[in-house]
Every structure is written in C-alpha cells, then in structure tokens.
Design a protein around this ligand. Structure first.
Ligand code: ADP
Length: 528
C-alpha cells in the first residue's frame, strides 16, 4: 500500500534542482565539507571548511599541498595516510577518524573526519571529506569519565572503609568481651584492676571510632551546622591543656605540654563554635602526643596582621611538636580520608581525624595546613575568623562538685528498654539513694506518670518499642508539664537534641552516660 505522501515525494524527487541549491544546502550544514577527485585536486569546499581551514585553500589546488605536519600530530598524519591508501586500493569505501587539529582561530580542536569514496561514472571516483568539530563532545566524555572514575574511587574507598571499620570495631570488641570474661573469673584484685583498665581503654577506643564514623556521616549528609556563640579562647585552650596534662602517654614519655595564649583575657572572646573548635584543637594535640616520643608540644594561637578577603581578621592557631615529622610527599594526603603515613599507624588511629578536622575548619571559615620536616617535628596551623562581639562576657563554666549527690526520697522514673543500660544507670545512681522505677517503653512511662505516684524526674531513652521517648515525653508534658525529663540517648546525630527539646525534654545526655554528667544534669532539677 502506498502512503498518501508517496506521490508527492516521487514528484519532488524528480524535480531537477539548480546546482546552486546544492551549494546553499552544503553551506548550511554544520559540517566542513570538501570534495576532491582521485588525483587529490580540490573540486569543492563549503563556507564552513573555508572559515576553519588554517591553510590557504583554492579550487583546483592539491590536497597533497596541505601542510599536514603543521596542523596535526605525526601519528595522526600517518594513520590518515594509511586510511586513504585503504580507500585507494578499494579495501574500503569509507573511514572515520578522530584527531586533534589546528583551526584558523589558532586553537587545536578534536575533529571527526568521515571520508567517503563516491563513484561518479566512467571509472572515476570523488572523495567526500566531512569534518565535524567534536571538541564539546570529547570534553563531555572526558568529564563523564572523570566523574565515573571519581565515583568508582569513592565507592572503592567506602568499601575499603567498611572493611577497615569492621576490623577496627572487632578488635576492641574482642578485647572487651575476652577481658570481661576474665574479669568475672579472677578473684585476684590486682588482675581485676588490670583487666578493668583494659576493658575501659578498649571501650573508649571503640567510642572514638564510632564518634569519628558519626562525624563523617554528619559531614557527608551536610548537617554539621556550626553554632556561633561567644567562646573564650584562653579558657577553651586551658581546658584542653588540663585534660591532656593527665594523659598517660604524656606522662610516660615525659613530654612537656605548653600553651601560648595570644590575646589578653579581655580580647580573647570570639564568636565561634565551641564544640567544633575544641574538637579540632584536641585532635591536633592528640596527634602531636601520639607522634612525639620526646620533647615539647606547644599549642596556642595568635592574631597576626592578616585578614580574609572580606576584611575579617584571621586568628592563627598552631600545634607544634618535636615528633617524627611528615615527609613532603605525605603532607597533603594526610588530610584526606583514610590516609595514614604508614600501615603501623593503623594501630594508633583511624586515619579519619585530620579529614574531619579539615572539614570542620572549612565550616568554621578557615584553612588548615602543616609544615614539617621528616624526623624533625611538625607544626599544624589553622585559621578561623576573629569575630569579636563588643563588650562580651562569657560566663565561666561553673565547675560542679564531684561529690555524689543525695537524692534520698527522690523518685526517678527510668524509661529504658535494654536491661543492661538500666542496670548501668542503677549502679551509677545507687549511692545517691534515689528510688528508681523502671519501665521498658514509652507507653508504660506515661502509665506510671498517670498513676499519681510521686515521680521527681524522668530519665527517658528516646528509642524504645511500642512508644518511643519523643511521644512519651509529649504526652507526659501534657499531664505534668513541670515534671523534668532528661533525654538519655545513643543518638549522637545532630538534630536529635533539637528534636528532643521540641518534644518537651528539659535536658539531654548522650550514651555512654558519664557519671558526673548525669549527676550534674539531675542536680539542675533535684538540687544536691
Ligand atoms: P590517625 O587516626 O591515624 O591519627 P589522622 O587523620 O589524625 O589519623 O592522621 C593521619 C596521619 O597523619 C597519621 O596516621 C600520621 O601518619 C600523620 N600525622 C598526623 N599528625 C601527625 C603529627 N603530629 N606528626 C606526625 N605525623 C602525623
């Protein structure tokens, strides 16, 4: 069956066209066109060819006169000449070849040449040369290839990370399980103390690891918000120094730890994120202690006369050690994830610290770098903006006494589904003489509050079966708005704290619960 248009098509096809129409058509193609004969004489070229040819071009001239050596690479010239020969000896009728070639504007672009042999009668042949500029296409392909390689690399890194993590987590876990068993079996007090210490140190290593992983996932997910509040730098660095002066490694290696505060008390208060800055400096001081066997570690900050592009003055922090140093070629990569100078370091750390520090500093608006000589110590530097609020006073953190508070006659409702977590709280609170009520889900917590029994404070786990801690808190606050509720949770992800407060919690404490922190938070509501 013929289509309704077939007649019209046949008629159009048979209309003799003026040769100049072909020229118009060829000039409107987005390809450079050149036609030559068997002898290599140029018979035709379109406007685009003429506009781009970097050599003089005339009808009747020979394509063999084109200075190929000047416009393309030797290997392309040789490959093309072979391909032409294959056409001349009739082993093929067409070839396609991509190569970089000089064009009239002085740039070299990726071009795609399609060369076709056309028989024009009487044993004569013409050659149709079609050239297309494929520079954008090539760039796109190169970009996609790069992106693909990046994605594959990141995938490889993630798998390596998971494999590494699983090993890293198993090691302290095995120690904890092994030594807890030994602890239960031995009656020798000296051994008991030794085993308990091992369990504790493996436990805190495990916690560091988990914190690092959580930090990384927070940074990756993009919700590591910075809270800029007044922070007294001298107090912050002073706290860190106090903390590390008790560090066993410092004492064993007899290292000196010195602090150089660069500003007087009055000017040392800036707007920054206290937790994140503490995390960054602690991490660098920790590394300095880890990688130094003797000598001194000096850390501190100064206010050099330098500003960021927007005119904000720069604060320069430094952590200088007299340790093993870092070779030039390693100084950049140690800020990347999972990068450690050598395999031995795996025993001492996760290889994640500096990459977290690097991301945090960027979020705080600064830069970080290291200057070091292998075998001769390292100095880590970082900057953050010196954002000062006029007449700002930072309340000194009130140090709470470390005595066990007396909660006799106080009734604490503990909502916690996991028995060992409850037992742990029970042991911590035993000496306070508080009366404890244990419920294992949010629904029972609400029921207890409704029972009219005296309850002075609730310790509320957030993730529980049947009804979670958020909903339970909301309902309890409707019944007894003044009953203090302290959220106790393992959710260390940013945003949980805000969520807990949104649902009505009055305070928040993360697991593993530290005795002093628990007492301090409870004392806020119960007194001591
Ligand atoms: P790690 O948990 O291994 O310490 P980091 O990301 O904190 O991970 O550090 C990465 C690597 O950088 C370390 O394993 C170590 O090789 C090197 N490094 C970091 N700080 C120092 C330092 N102060 N002196 C020498 N090498 C260091």
């Amino acid at each position: 069956m013929t289509s309704p248009n077939s007649k019209a098509f046949i008629i159009m096809h048979s209309v003799p066209l003026d040769p100049s129409v072909f020229s118009v058509v060829l000039n409107n193609l987005n390809q450079q066109i050149l036609i030559s004969n068997q002898a290599g004489l140029v018979l035709y070229f379109n406007d685009l060819f003429y506009a781009n040819a970097p050599y003089p071009l005339e009808i009747g001239s020979s394509i063999h006169d084109i200075p190929f050596a000047d416009i393309m690479q030797k290997e392309d010239k040789e490959a093309l000449s072979l391909l032409y020969k294959s056409i001349l000896v009739r082993s093929s009728k067409q070839f396609r070849y991509d190569f970089k070639c000089l064009q009239k504007d002085g740039n070299r672009y990726w071009l795609r040449l399609v060369n076709t042999e056309i028989e024009v009668g009487n044993g004569e042949y013409y050659f149709l040369h079609q050239i297309e500029n494929i520079e954008n296409q090539k760039q796109l392909v190169a970009r996609l290839k790069q992106e693909k390689e990046k994605a594959e690399e990141s995938d490889r890194q993630k798998s390596a990370f998971l494999a590494n993590m699983s090993h890293e987590i198993r090691t302290p876990m095995n120690t904890i399980i092994g030594f807890t068993k030994l602890l239960a079996e031995t009656s020798d007090q000296e051994e008991k103390d030794q085993f308990a210490e091992i369990v504790q140190s493996s436990g805190s290593h495990l916690l560091n690891l988990i914190n690092d992983i959580i930090d990384i996932s927070k940074i990756e997910a993009g919700f590591q918000d910075m809270k800029l509040l007044p922070v007294n730098l001298n107090d912050l660095l002073g706290d860190i120094k106090k903390l590390y002066l008790h560090d066993k490694r410092l004492i064993v290696k007899n290292l000196q730890l010195e602090l150089e505060s660069g500003l007087p008390e009055l000017n040392a208060t800036i707007l920054t994120d206290d937790t994140r800055l503490r995390q960054v400096v602690s991490n660098l001081v920790d590394n300095a202690i880890k990688f130094t066997d003797k000598g001194t570690i000096v850390f501190g900050y100064k206010l050099p006369n330098e500003t960021y592009n927007d005119g904000t003055p720069k604060l320069l922090f430094f952590v200088k050690d007299s340790g093993i140093g870092i070779a030039d070629e390693d100084q950049k990569r140690i800020f990347e994830r999972f990068q450690q100078v050598n395999e031995e370091n795996k025993k001492m750390g996760t290889g994640l610290g500096l990459s977290i520090v690097n991301s945090l500093i960027k979020k705080l608006g600064g830069d970080i770098w290291v200057e070091s000589v292998l075998g001769n110590g390292s100095t880590f530097y970082f900057t953050i903006p010196y954002l000062q609020k006029k007449k700002m006073t930072v309340p000194k953190t009130q140090k709470n006494s470390e005595e066990t508070p007396d909660f006799q006659e106080r009734v604490i409702l503990i909502a916690e589904d996991i028995a060992t977590n409850y037992q742990y709280l029970e042991v911590l609170l035993r000496k306070t003489k508080a009366q404890l009520i244990w419920v294992k889900n949010g629904k029972d917590a609400v029921k207890e509050v409704l029972s009219e029994r005296q309850i002075d404070l609730v310790l509320m786990d957030l993730r529980m079966p049947i009804m979670d801690g958020y909903s339970a808190t909301k309902q309890i606050k409707l019944i007894k708005p003044k009953l203090p509720i302290v959220a106790v949770t393992a959710f260390a992800i940013n945003g949980d704290m805000e969520k807990a407060f949104d649902f009505g919690c009055d305070e928040y404490i993360t697991k593993p619960v530290m005795k002093q922190e628990l007492f301090d938070k409870m004392k806020l509501f119960l007194g001591s």
